[in-house]
Design a protein around this ligand. Structure first.
Ligand code: FMN
Ligand code: SF4
Ligand code: SF4
Length: 243
């Protein structure tokens, strides 16, 4: 089984790495691991999958979510069938929240984040067992009003809340260049004095916001006073050397 992963802040990368160690499956199946965005599949993941010819390949998904997934499985079925694939197992793992760009959304308090990380190990073991047993069930933390959230809010998010022109650096920025170097979409260039400038092909992953050592990345006024979070293994997973 091949594993493909998209991860902004390390949660999905850590889950994918654990599953990679636990699974010893020789099949031609593909497993995608990615975060939930607005109760749906991140648009960047949709685009990458649409570029592939899945031609009868069984495709499983594990999504990581701060709280709930909505009806992400319905999107997955439609997407995989439209690319010629066969939908397989669909599972979620609750992990610390990374979304901070709307009022009332913030990272988890440290004790909640620790609880989620501690519980995730058992959950990943269970998903690995299901996949190894070829038990391709759908097992998601759907939450309340899943139809409304995935069918109404997700398209609204894609249309109005993925605008990277709202990103800017605050006066605390030291022009260290880390946000630019680590953007998975190469969406941040540095001007003549080294300060970051955001382009318009952003995946909304918020890595630039969470990784800044000076907490100097802002999204409009909505991130003022919000916290930062990276998975504890982020630096190891993304090979950043300590400074
Ligand atoms: C743009 C965006 C939208 C999000 N939407 C949701 C959501 O609808 N439901 C949820 O439970 N978590 C949501 N989250 C939180 C992430 O899905 C969750 O923290 C995930 O584990 C992050 O994975 P990563 O570290 O691999 O990027 C969102 C995060 C971002 C950045
Ligand atoms: S990571 Fe932070 S301090 Fe470094 S260039 Fe980006 S915004 Fe500035
Ligand atoms: S600009 Fe920031 S939010 Fe957008 S893809 Fe790059 S790191 Fe992610």
């Amino acid at each position: 089984m091949r594993i493909h992963c998209f991860s902004g802040n390390g949660n999905s990368a850590a889950v994918a790495a654990s599953l990679g160690q636990l699974l010893h499956d020789e099949s031609n199946d593909i497993l995608w691991v990615f975060p939930v965005y607005a109760w749906g599949i991140p648009p960047v993941v949709v685009s990458r999958i649409k570029e592939m010819d899945l031609n009868g390949i069984r495709c499983h998904m594990v999504c990581t979510c701060g709280d709930e997934t909505g009806n992400i499985d319905r999107q997955w079925h439609r997407l995989i069938l439209s690319c010629g694939g066969v939908p397989g197992g669909i599972y979620s793992v609750q992990m610390p929240n990374t979304y901070v760009c709307l009022p009332f959304f913030n990272v988890d308090k440290p004790e909640i984040a620790s609880q989620k990380l501690n519980a995730s190990g058992q959950r990943i073991d269970t998903i690995a067992e299901w996949l190894s047993d070829r038990d391709f069930r759908t097992d998601l933390l759907r939450g309340s009003l899943p139809w409304f959230k995935t069918t109404v809010i997700y398209p609204w998010f894609c249309r109005f809340l993925t605008d990277s022109s709202k990103f800017h650096h605050t006066n605390s920025c030291t022009a260290c260049g880390l946000c630019s170097k680590m953007c998975p979409c190469h969406n941040i260039s540095t001007g003549p004095e080294g300060y970051p400038q955001w382009d318009n092909h952003c995946a909304s992953c918020l890595r630039c916001y969470h990784i800044c050592p000076r907490h100097a990345v802002a999204y409009g006024k909505r991130t003022a006073g919000k916290g930062q979070y990276l998975h504890p293994l982020f630096r190891k997973l993304f090979l950043i050397s300590a400074k």
